[in-house]
Design a protein around this ligand. Structure first.
Ligand SMILES: [Zn+2]
Ligand SMILES: [Zn+2]
Length: 248
């Protein structure tokens, strides 16, 4: 226990809280685990980019069919060069993300970001070495107030720190409120989010290779809008990395 400043008080409070409300596995509720227990970790479905669409990262049972793009991303005008996801949004991970994003379990930011960092260190495509700026996908101030934190920022700040990359929080911002994409059909997602983002300061991103970070990708409409705004502000190339990929 630290005895400097109010550190002892923080330790007493967090010790008492952990006795009253012990952490549980995000996947199966097992007690005294912060993050995922060994069994749930073994059930996480890690993505292999070689088995996904080489443009939008959609998982495929027949990857040889995706030489440059899949039917899904051919329907969209993609502004990013490539999007990849670390895990499929299923099983224990999906449960953990729901607890994290919608039920206030912010402490899951650390274990979820760790999954992303481990995957990136071992599996990310070669372009990751060229990234010059890490940019979290923005959320509207009303959403931030309601949730209390930004899931994309929680992941992006930890990833940027782990790989010692420049981190540009709040570079992108939303200029209007949009309906949560999760509530909308595939066909209305692009229209909902289109032209909803702007860059705060173009000089921070001009000529740079940017990496957009978000939590869950479904159709890619949100990260595509991030890429549009960054490219319109002079970014050279935009790549995207999300923690999880959900079937569209
Ligand atoms: Zn578990
Ligand atoms: Zn695709």
């Amino acid at each position: 226990m630290t005895t400097t400043g109010n550190g002892w008080l923080t330790d007493v409070v967090s010790g008492t809280l952990s006795l009253l409300f012990p952490h549980r596995c995000a996947g199966c509720d097992r007690i005294d685990i912060c993050g995922f227990c060994r069994e749930c970790k073994s059930l996480l479905d890690l993505a292999n980019p070689d088995e996904c669409c080489s443009r939008c990262g959609a998982p495929s049972s027949a990857p040889s069919a995706f030489t440059t793009s899949c039917p899904d991303c051919r329907r969209m005008s993609l502004r990013f060069k490539q999007a990849v996801s670390c895990l499929r949004y299923t099983g224990p991970l999906a449960r953990g993300v729901v607890l994290w994003k919608y039920e206030g379990h912010r402490y899951l930011s650390n274990p979820l970001a760790s999954l992303m960092i481990e995957w990136t260190a071992g599996t990310a495509p070669a372009w990751f070495e060229t990234v010059q700026a890490v940019v979290p996908a923005p959320q509207h101030p009303d959403t931030l107030r309601r949730r209390g934190f930004s899931p994309a920022e929680e992941l992006a700040s930890r990833l940027a720190s782990a790989f010692e990359l420049p981190y540009l929080p709040r570079l992108l911002f939303k200029i209007r409120y949009t309906e949560p994409q999760a509530r909308l059909s595939r066909d209305t997602r692009t229209a909902n989010i289109q032209d909803s983002m702007m860059v705060f300061d173009n000089s921070l991103i001009q000529g740079k290779i940017a990496l957009v970070i978000d939590d869950v990708m479904t159709t890619g409409a949100t990260i595509n809008e991030c890429a549009r705004a960054l490219k319109a502000s002079g970014a050279d190339t935009v790549y995207c990395l999300t923690l999880a990929r959900q079937a569209g």
